[in-house]
Ligand binder design. Structure first.
Ligand code: ATP
Length: 291
């Protein structure tokens, strides 16, 4: 989910919210029980859940990729998702971000936002950022320019030329630079950064949008041991302020960052608990070793 997509989504969510408000005035109120459209930045976590999936199903040409999936993420939690190839991890992220529509089931962001009523850019605008495995930074621009670009709320040459950061945005940019360990690289061209640094820069671009929930797909694939260790530090620093869902195959990385691990298999949750607990689970051993 690129920052551009998040900007576009924020605009669409605002437009949607305004349209909903107009609809209420004209019709005198909406049917009770409908999920309301939250204004950007507002996620109701009073029930202790930032993300809630219940009995979600998706089939591709009859093949059940997601098959009765239940999942709950608490605000500020760092949840690790593991599972063998084809378990449905990417498809689950596709459903949360609106890229794939489930055949049935419930997918809520907080307790009031029904994500199935929103499209992909709207979901990005609601504060769900997604980082794909491959870094997609703007290689010709500097680290600073990449982060600045992530803040621009209007596209187009005119706005690009006249966009200036205000002081709060400058503070935010400095804070993000520090968080992603790139303060010393601020003027460097992104194309010259190492693979790990590019990954951090892309995470920084998402952080400029202040997402509530970050979905990270195999973030340490291809990183050196040192970069992996710094990424673990970064994620531990982010949890609490943001909720994170990390899909990863690197078990030593998972061990460093995880509290609760969810094991997916055949499109459903096979086991949940600490890494030690799930690794000792016979069913988990069977799906990893028995295939
Ligand atoms: N668009 C699609 N059309 C047909 N089958 C699909 C589609 N998307 C996913 N699948 C199938 O659904 C299953 C789950 O795939 P998914 O990519 O979600 O698994 P995964 O857990 O992310 O796997 P990996 O760890 O290999 O990335 C796989 O068998 C995959 O081939």
């Amino acid at each position: 989910m690129t920052p551009d997509l998040m900007d576009e989504g924020a605009r669409r969510v605002r437009a949607h919210a305004e349209q909903e408000a107009r609809g209420r005035t004209e019709s005198g109120g909406r049917a009770a029980g409908f999920a309301r459209v939250a204004t950007p930045g507002e996620v109701d976590v009073a029930h202790g859940r930032i993300l809630y999936l219940e009995d979600v199903h998706v089939a591709f040409d009859g093949f059940k990729a997601i098959n009765g999936l239940h999942l709950d993420i608490a605000p500020g939690e760092l949840r690790c998702i593991i599972g063998p190839n084809g378990a449905g991890k990417t498809t689950m992220m596709d459903i949360i971000t609106g890229k794939t529509r489930p055949d049935r089931g419930t997918v809520f962001f907080g307790s009031t936002i029904d994500l199935l009523r929103h499209n992909e850019p709207e979901i990005a605008g609601l504060g769900i950022g997604r980082k794909f495995q491959k870094p997609t930074v703007f290689e010709q621009l500097s680290v600073f320019e990449n982060l600045e670009l992530a803040l621009k709320t209007h596209k187009g040459v005119k706005h690009s030329m006249f966009f200036r950061l205000d002081s709060a945005q400058k503070d935010r940019l400095a804070e993000v630079l520090h968080t992603i360990h790139l303060a010393a690289e601020v003027t460097r061209q992104a194309g010259q950064l190492s693979h790990g640094q590019k990954q951090w820069l892309e995470i920084g671009m998402l952080l400029m949008q202040d997402p509530k929930l970050l979905l990270l797909d195999e973030p340490v694939a291809g990183m050196t041991d040192e970069e992996t260790a710094r990424t673990a530090e970064l994620f531990l620093a982010l949890k609490g302020r943001h909720s994170l869902m990390v899909v990863e195959h690197d078990m030593s990385f998972i061990r460093t960052i995880s509290e609760k691990v969810t094991v997916l298999c055949d499109g459903a949750v096979l086991a949940e608990g600490t890494l030690d607990q799930v690794q000792a689970d016979e069913r988990v051993i069977e799906v990893y070793l028995g295939r």
